[in-house]
Write a protein that binds this ligand. Structure first.
Ligand SMILES: [Cu+2]
Length: 162
């Protein structure tokens, strides 16, 4: 009788542990988005997913600042970069990186331009881990991959006299 009770108690405890372990298995860090260039209402968001649990899938994204958010992957073939819409993104155990030139969240139909220093929420929906909302910080456009960093300070003065 007592053994049965203990066995039952253990079953309940382990079930609870599994349930909480699942949602805590996935963490999203370093979320940032590009400031929108004048006249555009689209941007891209990047982050790193760390999955300490079983293989998962990112199936949807959304944000109150954008009319629509999509999962995209940039691929380069014969020097031509193109974006492919992904219906879901595999999130195996370990790190999955969303970064310029690869996976990204496309933000479409922005309510208002994203300015450097702004912050906004982004909700990610995982098949196993469920919903996760992270704060995205907006960084100045340009930079990454284009040779001249457009970050802090005014680096606009052209040194070569004509
Ligand atoms: Cu895209």
């Amino acid at each position: 009788m007592l053994t049965r009770l203990i066995a039952f108690a253990l079953l309940v405890v382990s079930t609870v542990l599994i349930a909480t372990a699942d949602s805590a298995a996935v963490a999203v860090t370093g979320a940032w988005a590009r400031a929108t260039p004048p006249g555009l209402d689209v941007s891209a968001a990047y982050f790193v997913i760390e999955n300490r649990g079983a293989a998962d899938r990112l199936t949807a994204v959304s944000s109150p600042v954008a009319g629509r958010a999509e999962l995209h992957r940039t691929t380069t073939r014969d020097g031509m970069a193109r974006m492919e819409h992904q219906h879901a993104v595999a999130v195996p155990p370990g790190r999955t990186e969303f970064a310029p030139g690869g996976l990204h969240v496309m933000l479409l139909g922005l309510e208002q331009p994203l300015r450097a220093g702004d912050r906004f929420p982004l909700t990610l929906e995982f098949e196993r881990a469920g919903e996760l909302t992270v704060e995205v910080s907006v960084r100045a456009a340009g930079g990454a991959g284009h040779g001249h960093g457009n970050g802090h300070g005014h680096s606009d003065g052209h040194g070569h006299g004509g």
